[in-house]
Every structure is written in C-alpha cells, then in structure tokens.
Design a protein around this ligand. Structure first.
Ligand code: SF4
Length: 311
C-alpha cells in the first residue's frame, strides 16, 4: 500500500498545505492553546518552540505496539516540549523542561526520516508532534524527493486543533492517539487544559473519518488507520469506562485499542497524592473485558500478562 502523502505530494496539494501551515505560525493557532504568538519571528508560546522544531532524539524504537514495530522497529522522532503538559509525564525532562534541544531545519528533519528508513524502520513515528506539525509537513517534500516511502505515524496526545487535523488529511497514514481524561475537572487539574475532553473527542472523530480502522499487511504491520491508546490511571482519574463507551457509541470497533497499564508516578506527580497509587492487574483486566464485550476487534494483549505471571 502506497503511503497517502505520495499522492498528495504529486497532486501539488502538499505544497498548498505547507503554505497554510506557515501562515498559521505567523499568529500561532496550530493547537488548541491558541497562543497567537508570531513563531515565524521566534516568539514563544506555551510550547516553548519557535520557528524550528526541536528534536530530543531519534532512533529505531521497539517499545511501541507490535503492528508498529515489526522486524525493523518504529522510526521514532521524539520532539522536545509539548502543548499539553501532563503533570505526571514520564518524559518530563524532554516535554516540560526549559532546556533548548537541537533545532532542525526542514532538510535536517527530512534527513532524519531518511536515515531511519535506511536503518530499516517500518514507519516514521512523530512523537509529540502537535506543536511542530507545521515543521513536520514542511520537511516532507525533500524527504519524498529523496525516496521516503514509509507510513507516517502521528503519535499524539489528541490535544490537536480540528483545523490542523483537517490539513493533515492526505498526509498522515496512521494516527496513534492517546485519550486521557474525560472530565474537564481532571484535565484542568493535571494539564491546565479544561477543554481536553471536548477537543480530544472531536480529534478522534476527525482522525477516524480520515483514516478509518486499522489496516494491517500480511506481516501484521499497520499501514493505515487509527490506533487509540488509553493509559489507565489510579482510581477513576482517566474515566476508562467513559472513553470505551465513547468509542463504542461512535462505532469505532475496528480501531487498534491499547489499554495501557504502565502508569507510574513521574514528573510532578508527587504533588498530587491521588497520582501516587499504582494500577492493578484487576483494573486492566476489567477494562479489557469490557472492551472485548463491546466488540473491539483489535485489542493490544498488553504487558499485564507478564504482570499476572509475576504476582
Ligand atoms: S503550537 Fe505552541 S505556540 Fe502554537 S498555539 Fe500551540 S502551544 Fe501555542
């Protein structure tokens, strides 16, 4: 299956999208924070990222879901900083520090994609891209001209503006989307984004409308579609049942669903006693059983099977 962006590039649409993205950076509303800063002049908004994207690291990554890993690994590019900023972030030093990471010009970002492809990556996985998606798209023509032909994965918190997502139609092959909080009270407390639930619900529907359910090739590798991640959290903080019901009501049973049990307190979690608890195997099993009963077809087997054997 040819990646979707090749056709968009050949038709000239990709260049038009790049022009629109550049305009957005002039008065930044790239994400729902709507900072209205002039990033083209390196003014900084909440994401602390100016005109150029900053890359914290890139490499073949074998810790993603198996349909993204295959033999070669997922070609992950970890962007520095973040537009959401969860207080319990496991990558706090990359996402929320004031450190300036390596800035990359579009040709350098294209080079990174091509290097990962050369090393055998099964896809290019943009990790935390919501605040640098304009820069990602800007780098694509050069990468395509030099032979990039892997599926593109947009690995997001789902705190994405609808306008930005619409511009990604025909660019992204696979959306790998977190769904975090369903309650504005919780999203306000832990991310200062009261509108997270509303934004994420809209974003998931848009992503699904663009790419549909997961499409796997003969090797079981994802080529296209929506993958949804939900991190179980202590107590009812993440409202797991409500997210499952949302996906069920919107008939998204063919998405790849990963109910993740790896929560551990990180970042500033110690400032919130309720975030210091652990996830139990029973909590994971209950959620997965519910998802199975609802008819989800592709549920990640998870690491809890190992957890179960150990305890
Ligand atoms: S991308 Fe950054 S500067 Fe732009 S609106 Fe979002 S947080 Fe603000």
């Amino acid at each position: 299956m040819q990646p979707v962006y090749i056709k968009t590039y050949k038709s000239g649409e990709l260049r038009k999208k790049i022009t629109q993205f550049k305009q957005i950076l002039n008065d930044c509303t790239l994400c729902p924070r709507k900072c209205h800063v002039r990033r083209t002049d390196n003014e900084l908004g909440l994401c602390k990222t100016g005109r150029l994207a900053q890359v914290a690291s890139f490499d073949l990554h074998f810790g993603e879901e198996s349909p993204l890993v295959g033999k070669g690994g997922s070609g992950a590019i970890f962007f520095a900083h973040c537009n959401l900023g969860c207080v319990f972030c496991q990558n706090y030093s990359i996402s929320l520090s004031d450190t300036k990471f390596q800035e990359v010009y579009p040709n350098q970002l294209a080079f990174i994609m091509l290097e990962l492809q050369k090393k055998g990556a099964e896809n290019i996985n943009f990790v935390t891209p919501s605040h640098v998606v304009a820069q990602v798209v800007e780098a694509l023509p050069e990468a395509i001209e030099q032979g990039l032909n892997l599926p593109l994965v947009y690995n997001t918190s789902s705190y994405d503006s609808l306008n930005t997502l619409k511009l990604l139609d025909g660019v992204i092959d696979i959306y790998l989307a977190d769904v975090k909080f369903f309650s504005p009270k919780h999203s306000k407390k832990y991310t200062r984004a009261t509108d997270y639930p509303e934004v994420a619900m809209q974003a998931i529907q848009e992503m699904y409308a663009q790419v549909g359910g997961i499409v796997l090739d003969a090797r079981g590798l994802a080529q296209k579609g929506l993958m949804v991640r939900h991190l179980l959290m202590p107590g009812e903080i993440a409202d797991t049942d409500k997210w499952l019901e949302f996906l069920h009501e919107h008939k998204m049973h063919d998405v790849y669903l990963n109910i993740m049990d790896q929560y551990h307190p990180a970042g500033r979690a110690d400032e919130f006693p309720e975030l210091m608890d652990k996830i139990t195997y029973t909590q994971w099993e209950k959620a997965v059983t519910k998802a199975q009963k609802m008819g989800f077809k592709y549920i990640d087997p998870g690491s809890s099977r190992i957890f179960n054997l150990l305890f």
